[in-house]
Unconditional design. Structure first.
Length: 257
């Protein structure tokens, strides 16, 4: 038997910021997933963070179980009467067999032991249940700040991103996915943010924490000053967009639908 991998915790220290600044997923995504599921009795959101996907799922599913290996993330999660938060590994949900209509992993599949996770999905899935690996890559910022954000992401933070980050940038296409894959629509997260909101979001990045630990806060503060100069009125909202990448399949069937 393969021993479980250690939980790579890049986010507990920034859990409060994660809750405050990570974007919500769009209603069109929730509707697409709910329509794929054989029923809407129960959804399991693995690696839920502070509930960015879990809470919207509760609008379509009678029960949402949201798990994360980080107790700090769960402690900072957004309360909702339809969401039951648990500290648990995605590979060991604790749910009974054949009890779940939809399993989601948003922006977290690259941290999982996928062989063990997929075995757990098969165990807990009802016949025809849907599984969705969801990711969003590099943000797109409207106007003059765009090249500064791109340079900071790739050039300044490039060496400090965890190796697993490449899977996010690839839209999880290189990850194994042994399920009957369904076509997914083109979807995106889109928000109107003032400068402070964007800086708050960027400050949740794991690469920012790693850079800070190695070189202090100065590189991040320098970027923030350059971004402010390009932004103009800091209270003026700009469009920030993340194209979504989805790998969605049916559990129990292998091949193309």
């Amino acid at each position: 038997m393969t021993e479980p991998r250690a939980f790579k915790d890049h986010f507990s220290a920034a859990a409060a910021g994660y809750a405050a600044h990570r974007p919500r997923y769009p209603a069109a995504l929730i509707d697409h997933l709910a329509d794929l599921a054989p029923a809407t009795a129960c959804a399991l959101d693995c690696g839920c963070g502070t509930g960015q996907l879990s809470v919207p799922l509760a609008g379509r599913f009678a029960r949402v179980v949201a798990t994360d290996a980080s107790a700090a993330q769960i402690a900072n999660a957004e309360p909702h009467p339809g969401v039951e938060y648990r500290v648990a590994l995605a590979e060991d949900s604790g749910l009974p067999p054949a009890s779940v209509d939809l399993v989601t992993v948003a922006q977290a599949a690259h941290w999982l032991d996928l062989e063990r996770f997929y075995a757990e999905v098969r165990r807990i899935a009802r016949p025809g249940a849907a599984l969705a690996l969801i990711s969003y890559g590099v943000l797109q910022v409207e106007g003059a700040p765009a090249p500064l954000v791109e340079q900071f992401y790739y050039r300044v933070l490039g060496p400090w991103w965890p190796a697993e980050r490449r899977h996010v940038e690839e839209g999880y296409r290189s990850l194994p996915f042994p399920f009957a894959e369904c076509r997914a629509p083109a979807l995106a997260i889109e928000v109107q943010w003032p400068l402070a909101e964007l800086l708050g979001y960027i400050d949740t990045w794991s690469a920012v924490r790693a850079l800070e630990k190695a070189r202090g806060r100065a590189p991040v503060e320098r970027f923030a000053a350059e971004l402010a100069a390009a932004w103009g009125d800091p209270g003026m909202p700009r469009t920030v967009r993340w194209p979504l990448a989805l790998r969605v399949g049916r559990v129990g069937r292998v091949g193309t639908p």
